[in-house]
Design a binder for this molecule. Structure first.
Ligand code: ADE
Length: 239
């Protein structure tokens, strides 16, 4: 997967993808990224990327020209038809489902702003998706772009080793993960549930499924809406 990131602060990305799984994903060729400073695409003398809002008011607005030109040049270079994603608090709230969809693509372009707003024509005539990572406002789209890239790249084929991918991720099953324990069986008087030490795999599986369901019900009941529940799960819900 090719990922291009439009940003006025390319240095923010230095280092973040240079460790652990994302580093390995680049070494194996599963993923490569490139930062593009769209200030380099400005055609005005002062390399200004923003301007005052028509109609007046506070704050500046990112101009369409450098962003359109940068995106068009990237598309030409790779000869692809990428998803073009605007990072902004007004976008659709990011979910694991969206990460799974984006992981099917060969090329993504992420646009990060740092100002009051984007010229509306960027939204209406350039981008294919608008993503928010949550209902809070960041100083810019860069951290949000990193979140999206991290969560997408780990889903690419071959990026996670067996050890890592065998885990039933929270959300990918639609439920939160069940509790995990490791040695010792007793720590400061706190015991690991007997069933996990029993060696009975069917019982362990049942316990995990139930705990996963209970945890979701307690912490994120909204996730259960629209899920197809098993007969057991319907019983647990009544209790
Ligand atoms: N830019 C500023 N805040 C953001 C958010 N919550 N999600 C995505 N991009 C942003």
């Amino acid at each position: 997967m090719q990922v291009d990131i439009l940003t006025l602060f390319p240095e923010m990305f230095e280092g973040v993808f240079q460790s652990s799984i994302l580093k390995r994903a680049q070494e194996t060729g599963a993923f490569q990224y490139n930062t593009v400073n769209f200030r380099d695409y400005t055609t005005n003398r002062h390399h200004k990327v923003d301007d005052y809002p028509y109609g007046g008011g506070a704050g500046m607005v990112l101009s369409p020209q450098p962003i359109f030109d940068a995106v068009e040049q990237i598309k030409q270079k790779h000869d692809t038809n990428p998803r073009i994603i605007l990072m902004c608090p007004q976008g659709e709230t990011y979910t694991q489902k969206k990460a799974e969809q984006l992981a099917q693509e060969d090329h993504l372009i992420l646009i990060c702003g740092h100002y009051e707003g984007y010229d509306e024509r960027i939204r209406t005539h350039l981008v294919t998706d608008e993503i928010s990572i949550g209902d809070y406002v960041l100083t810019g789209g860069e951290l949000a772009a990193m979140v999206v890239i991290d969560s997408v790249v780990r889903l690419l084929p071959g990026v996670l080793g067996n050890q890592e991918s065998a885990r039933s991720d929270s959300f990918s099953t639609g439920l939160l993960e069940h509790p995990h324990y490791t040695r010792p069986a007793e720590f400061r008087g706190l015991k690991v549930p007997d069933v996990l030490l029993s060696g009975n795999h069917q019982k362990i599986e049942e316990w995990r499924r139930k705990e996963s369901f209970k945890r979701t019900l307690e912490r994120r009941p909204d996730l259960l809406e629209g899920l197809e529940l098993s007969e057991d799960e319907k019983e647990w819900l009544k209790k």
